[in-house]
Design a protein around this ligand. Structure first.
Ligand code: PLP
Length: 374
């Protein structure tokens, strides 16, 4: 086994070999332009991204965390207002809510790991003061957009969909993110559309949200040196935009197709009663950002077993957000037991699903999973 190269969760070396020529060309173009912040490259990428996601506006930001904060502030979230969200996500989802002045309200997830929309309906029915909702399309699996649309209308909600993991995912033909007033996404390198550094974007069809977000990302100025808001410095830079535009976005569709091909192999090939596969719901087409398993028995032993086969793995996420020390200093609420979320935190393991895996490597991951005795 020691001769085997470890199958990594992400393979940036292989990605670079694929994109090098286009990325280098983009780098040269930006260098020659002599313009590095908020110029033609960001504009061009914003248009291409918006069009590919069937939105009217995209606003490039410094990262996904800021895109969520900016989106919530653009929608008018003010200090102390409650925001319904999930306890099982990247910490950034909640951090953005807190930074925007919101008070996170956590409810449980359903058995697929997405926020439980039926529990959400019950909470929203009993707490009319909750007007904001930040659900997450976790693992790249979209949740039920029809149910979200129904909640949004019934409770007159302001919804920001966290699509950091779900670019390219659809539910009954509609893209993830298309129900909320806006969506936020991330170009952190490990994401499905990962750039060569940090980046993110806010997408919306509402011109007022788009222009508010443009102001907020640029020190809150609506015009040079005229500041309407206490904004951020959160701009996507020209270099990242150019690389995204030339080298990454044009390949996203084929990368997503490869991810779903690998997912299909895993779904057909992994047969082990000790491992529960988390699959997308009926009507959903996943972006397969991650391939999550729930492990019966010792999770650490399973990860060690994978390592012996030369397979890397990770946990998404080992500690629920309301249990993070950072939240001890801010107000938040937990409603109901978080039974399903606790189960994920205690037993989830993600196996490699990046688009550069070879068929031989996919087979090795399957063999490793099937060889686990629990
Ligand atoms: C990665 C991620 C974020 C944060 O994005 P950054 O660009 O790293 O700030 C937010 N939400 C989810 C669900 C994520 O996976």
């Amino acid at each position: 086994m020691s001769a085997l190269e470890t199958i990594a969760l992400n393979d940036f070396t292989r990605q670079w070999r694929t994109i090098a020529a286009d990325a280098t060309h983009a780098f040269t173009r930006v260098g020659e332009s002599g313009w590095y912040i908020l110029g033609k490259e960001v504009e061009r990428f914003e248009s291409a991204l918006a069009a590919s996601w069937t939105f009217k506006h995209a606003v490039g930001c410094a990262n996904g965390l800021d895109a969520i904060e900016i989106g919530l502030r653009a929608m008018g979230l003010s200090q102390g207002q409650k925001v319904l969200t999930t306890p099982l996500s990247a910490f950034a989802t909640t951090l953005a809510i807190v930074r925007a002045g919101g008070v996170p309200v956590f409810i449980d997830v359903d058995p697929t790991g997405s926020i439980d929309l039926r529990a959400a309906a019950a909470v929203l029915g009993s707490k009319p003061e909750i007007r904001f909702f930040v659900p997450v399309h976790l693992f790249g699996h979209p949740f039920d957009l029809d149910q979200l649309a129904e909640l949004k209308t019934r409770f007159k909600l302001l919804v920001l969909e966290d699509c950091a993991q779900s670019i390219g995912a659809t539910f009954r033909g509609r893209p993830a993110g298309s129900v909320g007033q806006c969506l936020a996404t991330s170009f952190y390198p490990t994401k499905n559309l990962g750039c060569m550094g940090d980046g993110g974007a806010l997408l919306t069809n509402e011109p007022t949200l788009s222009s508010a977000a443009r102001t907020l990302r640029d020190y809150g100025q609506s015009e040079k040196y005229f500041h309407d808001q206490l904004g951020l410095n959160s701009r996507l830079d020209e270099l990242q935009a150019a690389i995204l535009q030339d080298a990454l976005l044009p390949r996203l569709e084929s990368w997503t197709a490869r991810r779903s091909q690998i997912a299909a192999k895993y779904l057909a090939g992994i047969k082990n009663a000790q491992l529960k596969l988390i699959t997308p719901i009926e009507g959903a087409t996943s972006a397969w950002h991650l391939f999550p398993l729930l492990i019966q028995g010792g999770r650490e032993a399973f990860q060690k077993h994978l390592r012996a086969y030369g397979v890397a793995s990770a946990i998404h996420y080992p500690r629920l957000i309301p249990n993070q020390d950072a939240l001890k200093r801010v107000p938040f609420e937990v409603i109901g037991p978080l039974t399903n979320a606790e189960r994920f935190a205690a037993s989830e393991v993600s196996i490699p699903i990046h688009p550069f895996l070879t068929d031989e490597e996919v087979d090795r991951v399957i063999a490793a999973c099937n060889g686990w005795k629990g």
